[in-house]
Design a protein around this ligand. Structure first.
Ligand code: PEP
Ligand code: MN
Length: 338
């Protein structure tokens, strides 16, 4: 449940409420808005049955929160969150472009791509060092060597770097090299890994599971936030449907749905959603029009030679063309990017 304080409630009244909640063994989370303060209560609310909180000084009303996710719920935090990562921020007003190869393949490939995507307007370099491949015989990633190249590319370009982790061991290594941790679709419900990401101290990009509902996805985010890490960005990357013309089906409705249900920023990945490079630009534009806070796009110096996801990767020229074309869409949506 949430306790909405009156606009003129004193700090003392707010403190009294949080003290009562915590004295019963529940957790109180404050959301201090420009107009009102909201106290979110997490835990078994029957323990508050005899406290008459609705009559307490400064309380306007108490609203039950029926959803199973609480701290990521917009009812707990009505203002949109902006997630800061190094010198950039993801949230209202910005269109954050994350771009780079599916997999880090070599130092040269990554460095060349990093400079190209930066020139075209990206602020994040993406690149997988631990690749969750369908076949165990496909390229699995350069692991720590790949993380090292990501860090070198970051130092050379000033781009923030985001890298997927597929295990606790990968997470332990990645925190030493990257600015943001990515949890991929296949691990969206790896709850132990989510909890460790909650404790790792780095922002997390949480992709939607291959067949996850929005509620399951928000509960996955709740696992991270409930460990104390509020810096979470959601990424819609397509879901499994009966359609086979595209790799997945981009669920663009997730953007307004998430906007209403959660305060967390949401970006869209049209590359993994479609699996076909020529479908990426129209869906990137549609995502911006739908209100996405950013895009994740796969870019490769030579897609036909890519060790993974070549068919969906844009060339440097195509990526630059896309970012140019995105400018008017971004400005119509009230967003700016470099
Ligand atoms: C990726 O971004 O490299 C990736 C594997 O994506 P997803 O988890 O969405 O399949
Ligand atoms: Mn990929």
């Amino acid at each position: 449940m949430i306790i909405i304080m009156k606009p003129n409630a004193s700090q003392e009244a707010v403190n009294n409420i949080t003290t009562t909640i915590e004295s019963r063994g529940l957790k109180a989370h404050l959301s201090v808005g420009t107009q009102v303060t909201i106290v979110g209560v997490v835990g078994d609310k029957t323990l508050l049955a005899d406290t008459n909180l609705e009559l307490a000084d400064g309380v306007d009303k108490i609203v039950p929160v029926t959803e199973s996710y609480k701290l990521v719920n917009r009812k707990f935090h009505p203002e949109m969150s902006t997630i800061t990562v190094g010198n950039t921020s993801i949230g209202p007003g910005n269109l954050t472009i994350m771009a780079g190869p599916c997999a880090v393949e070599s130092q040269e490939q990554l460095m060349e791509t990093a400079f190209a995507v930066k020139k075209a307007g990206a602020t994040f370099l993406r690149g997988g060092a631990y690749k969750p491949r369908t076949s165990p015989y496909s390229f699995q990633g350069l692991e720590e060597e790949g993380l090292r190249y990501m860090k070198e590319a970051r130092e050379a370009t000033g781009l923030m770097v985001v890298c997927e982790v597929t295990s606790m061991r990968a997470l332990e290594k990645a925190v030493n090299y990257v600015d943001m941790i990515q949890i991929g679709a296949r691990n969206m419900q790896n709850f132990e890994l989510l909890k460790e990401c909650g404790k790792a101290g780095l922002p997390v990009l949480l992709k939607r599971g291959l067949a996850a509902t929005i509620e399951e996805w928000l509960n996955a985010a709740e696992y991270i936030i409930s460990e104390g890490n509020e810096r979470i960005v959601l990424c819609e990357r397509g879901i499994r449907t009966y359609e086979t013309s595209t790799r997945n089906t981009l669920d663009l409705s997730a953007v307004p749905v998430i906007r209403q249900k959660s305060h967390l920023p949401i970006i869209v990945d049209p590359s993994h959603a479609t699996g076909v490079w020529s479908y990426v630009p129209p869906l990137a534009k549609a995502a911006v029009a739908a209100g996405a806070d950013g895009l994740m796009i796969e870019v490769h110096p030579c897609p036909e030679r890519a060790l993974s996801d070549g068919p969906q990767s844009l060339t440097f020229a195509n990526f630059e063309g896309l970012t140019k074309e995105l400018k008017p869409y971004a400005s119509l949506a009230g967003r700016t990017f470099l």
